[in-house]
Design a protein around this ligand. Structure first.
Ligand SMILES: [Mn+2]
Length: 347
């Protein structure tokens, strides 16, 4: 069987010489950037992963779209290391936060988002990952003791449910769906014209509501509604986050993987593991946790998945860097070994 699945590096906000060199040394075929800072602003603080920080609508100094030349320079920089720029996941949240909440000004945000999509297409960057979390990813602990003295992240809804409202009021599930439909139907045709695939990440954690804002991408049914009823298109796919899907329950994860994998609707995979499901989940090393990762890789290969895989959140190992070079070297090596073994067994 021809090898079609690529292993890339991810969670990269700043494509520094150090990170790109490291990714090349690990044998990654490319990278995906996450919320790159193209304008000197830092909406997510030092790390976009697991952050609970987000900006509120109304910050008018903020840039509102990404420019063509910036994107092109990003791509040529990454290619100069022998790596492919697979895509970018997550614009800053404030690029489209009024859209999620259905606030005045959303049409202007949509125009800007469309411009970002066109510029991605012009710059030859084929994927834009996005999500529909108005208040980002939540964790109630980032210091849970893990294997051998590592630390990891936990979301426990018993603690998270005490959060104050994130915005001025509660936002219902019906509103979030209505706003989603308005947004995706406006931007998806632009993406199609531009040759860009939009890839949807699940709500992490996948609970009903957080800080008063409903979460709609928390089960298979929600994804089916988005991908088949509201916005079915060949360039509308999933950023299949194994970790977040497993937070819904391992059975739901496999159901989603089989359903969308068989239909060629998975653009790329966040390959990570967790223990437990909502209301309480703990992130784990890739080789522990509830998900049988061998089974996942076998399914991907059998279904003819031809996208790429990245590691995702990794436990914090003492002495590691902010980007987690140690943790990522372990996860990426594990993923590459697993892929090689499964490919050779199914050849
Ligand atoms: Mn993820």
């Amino acid at each position: 069987m021809a090898r079609r699945i690529r292993v890339a590096a991810g969670s990269i906000r700043d494509p520094s010489d150090d990170i790109l060199t490291f990714a090349a040394q690990l044998g990654c075929s490319g990278i995906i950037l996450n919320t790159p800072d193209l304008s000197g602003r830092t909406p997510f603080g030092s790390s976009p992963i697991g952050s609970t920080y987000w900006t509120k609508p109304g910050d008018d100094d903020a840039p509102t779209h990404w420019d063509y030349l910036e994107l092109l320079q990003l791509r040529t920089r990454i290619e100069s290391y022998g790596l492919r720029l697979e895509g970018i996941e997550n614009t800053p949240l404030y690029f489209y936060q009024r859209c999620i909440l259905g606030l005045p000004g959303r049409d202007r945000e949509i125009e800007n988002y469309q411009e970002t999509i066109r510029n991605l297409g012009r710059a030859g960057i084929p994927i834009l990952g996005y999500h529909w979390m108005a208040n980002s990813v939540w964790r109630t602990s980032k210091s849970e003791p893990a294997r051998g003295g590592a630390r990891t992240s936990v979301y426990d809804h018993e603690l998270g449910r005490n959060a104050p409202l994130s915005f001025d009021r509660e936002y219902s599930e019906a509103e979030l769906w209505e706003n989603y439909e308005y947004f995706i139907r406006a931007v998806l045709p632009t993406a199609q014209e531009a040759g860009v695939t939009l890839a949807l990440h699940p709500d992490d954690p996948p609970v009903d509501s957080l800080g008063g804002v409903a979460r709609i991408f928390r089960n298979l049914k929600g994804f089916q509604r988005a991908m088949e009823t509201i916005a079915p298109a060949p360039n509308h796919k999933l950023d299949f986050c194994m970790g977040t899907w497993a937070e819904m329950g391992v059975d739901e994860m496999f159901a989603g993987l089989r359903y969308f994998g068989a239909r060629g609707r998975i653009a790329y995979v966040h390959f990570r593991n967790v223990r437990g499901a909502v209301p309480c989940i703990t992130e784990t090393f890739i080789d522990e946790g509830d998900v049988d990762v061998v089974e996942v890789m076998k399914l991907l290969v059998e279904m003819g998945f031809d996208g790429f895989i990245i590691d995702d959140h990794v436990p914090e190992m003492p002495g590691d860097t902010l980007w987690s070079h140690r943790g990522r070297a372990y996860a990426t090596g594990y993923i590459k070994g697993l892929l090689r073994a499964v490919e050779s067994m199914t050849a």
